[in-house]
Design a protein around this ligand. Structure first.
Ligand SMILES: NC(=O)c1ccc[n+]([C@@H]2O[C@H](COP(=O)([O-])OP(=O)(O)OC[C@H]3O[C@@H](n4cnc5c(N)ncnc54)[C@H](OP(=O)(O)O)[C@@H]3O)[C@@H](O)[C@H]2O)c1
Length: 303
C-alpha cells in the first residue's frame, strides 16, 4: 500500500514523502510505518517519532492502520520528538544525585561549613536513611519495576533530575549536616524514643513501599505492557499505597531532623505524588468496571 507522510511544519525540507509498504491496511501496523520512516531517515528511530492522523489522534504502535481508520493513500503526520533516553536510565540518573551529594557534604564539612565538627546521632541516622532510600530506589529501578514506557526526550532529564539533585540532594544535605545540628548543639538533641521511633517508622514505610512495588511488578508479565487491578497490602485502602508509604518515610525524616529543608522536599514530593495518584485513581475507575469503589487515591479514608 501507499502512504503519504507529512510534517505539520510547513517549512520541513524532508517531508512530505511517499512510502510503499508491503501489505494492506489490515496487515500493516503503526510500528511498520515507524520502521519504514527510519529506513528513509536513520536519525528518526521509532521512539523519536510521533505519528498522528489528520485530526491529531496519536497512532497506537501495536494497532493495524485499518483499526485506526487509515486507508490506502492516506496522509499520516510525523513529528520529531528529539533525541530520546530510556526511562530506566532517567530514573538511575535522578537517584544518583542524592547518593553522590549526601556523602560529599557529610564527609567534607570543612569544605561546606568552613569548620570541622562531630556529627550528632540525628545527622548520622539521617545520612544512612537517605542514602539507603536512594540505593533502594536504584535497585528497584534495575530489578523490580517493569516499565511500560520506553523513552522520553533527552532534555527532560535535566527537568526531572532537578527535583532530586536539588531538593533532596543539595538542599537536604546542606541544611541537615550543618554545624547547627552537630553534637553538643541543643538543636540536635533527640531522646532515644524520638530517634529510634523515627527510624522504625521509616524502616516500616520503606519495606511497605518495596512490597507495593513487588505487587505492581507481579501484575505485569515480563516484556509486556499489561495493566491490572492491584490487590493486597496497602492496595485494599488506596490506589497508590506506594506513594503513601513514600510520604510516611519522608515524614519520619522530617520529624527526626526538624529541618525545614526536609519539610520543603516532602511537601513538594507529596504534592506531586498526590496529583499523580488522583490521575491514576481516576484512570483505574475508567479502565476497570470492577475496580473496588471503597479505595481512595493516596491517603486511606481521606483522599
Ligand atoms: N519522593 C518523590 O518525590 C517521589 C516521587 C515519585 C515517585 N517516587 C517513588 O518512586 C516510586 C515509583 O514511582 P512511579 O510514579 O513510577 O510509580 P507507579 O506509577 O506506581 O509505577 C511503579 C511501577 O509499577 C507499574 N505499574 C503501575 N500500575 C500498574 C498496574 N496497574 N499494572 C501493572 N503495572 C503497573 C509501573 O509501570 P508503568 O511504566 O506502566 O507506569 C511502574 O513500572 C514510587 O512508588 C515512590 O516510591 C518518589
Amino acid at each position: 500500500m501507499k502512504l503519504v507522510i507529512a510534517s505539520r511544519n510547513p517549512k520541513s525540507a524532508k517531508f512530505p514523502i511517499t512510502l510503499e509498504l508491503n501489505g494492506t491496511p489490515g496487515t500493516i501496523r503503526t510500528s511498520d510505518v515507524n520502521k519504514a520512516i527510519q529506513q528513509k531517515f536513520p536519525v528518526y528511530y521509532p521512539d523519536r517519532q510521533r505519528l498522528t492522523t489528520e485530526d491529531k489522534k496519536p497512532l497506537h504502535v501495536e494497532k493495524s492502520l485499518q483499526e485506526q481508520g487509515i486507508e490506502e493513500n492516506a496522509t499520516i503526520y510525523f513529528k520529531d520528538l528529539g533525541a530520546q533516553i530510556g526511562w530506566r536510565t532517567v530514573f538511575l540518573i535522578e537517584y544518583f544525585g542524592p547518593i553522590l551529594i549526601h556523602p560529599i557534604v557529610y564527609y567534607l564539612p570543612k569544605l561546606f561549613y568552613g569548620s570541622s565538627f562531630v556529627h550528632s546521632r540525628m545527622q548520622t541516622a539521617t545520612f544512612y536513611m537517605v542514602v539507603a532510600h536512594f540505593i533502594k530506589r536504584e535497585l528497584e529501578t534495575l530489578f523490580v519495576h517493569r516499565f511500560s514506557h520506553g523513552t522520553m526526550p533527552f532534555r527532560n532529564v535535566f527537568k526531572n533530575s532537578a527535583h532530586y539533585w536539588l531538593l533532596s540532594g543539595i538542599n537536604l544535605a546542606y541544611w541537615v549536616y550543618g554545624p547547627w545540628f552537630a553534637q553538643g548543639r541543643n538543636a540536635a538533641v533527640r531522646s532515644d524514643v524520638w530517634l529510634y521511633g523515627c527510624v522504625a517508622v521509616w524502616a516500616w514505610a520503606e519495606l511497605s513501599n518495596l512490597m507495593t512495588h513487588i505487587t505492581l511488578r507481579n501484575l505485569r508479565p515480563p516484556g509486556t505492557r499489561v495493566r491490572a487491578i492491584p490487590y493486597g497490602y496497602g492496595f485494599d485502602l488506596v490506589s497508590c499505597p506506594n506513594y503513601f508509604f513514600e510520604f510516611i518515610g519522608w515524614s519520619a525524616v522530617c520529624f527526626l531532623t526538624t529541618s525545614w529543608s526536609a519539610f520543603l522536599f516532602n511537601i513538594v514530593a507529596t504534592g506531586q505524588m498526590y496529583i499523580w495518584a488522583v490521575k491514576k485513581h481516576k484512570n483505574y475507575r475508567k479502565e476497570f468496571r470492577e475496580y473496588p469503589r471503597n479505595r481512595t487515591a493516596m491517603f486511606p479514608f481521606i483522599a
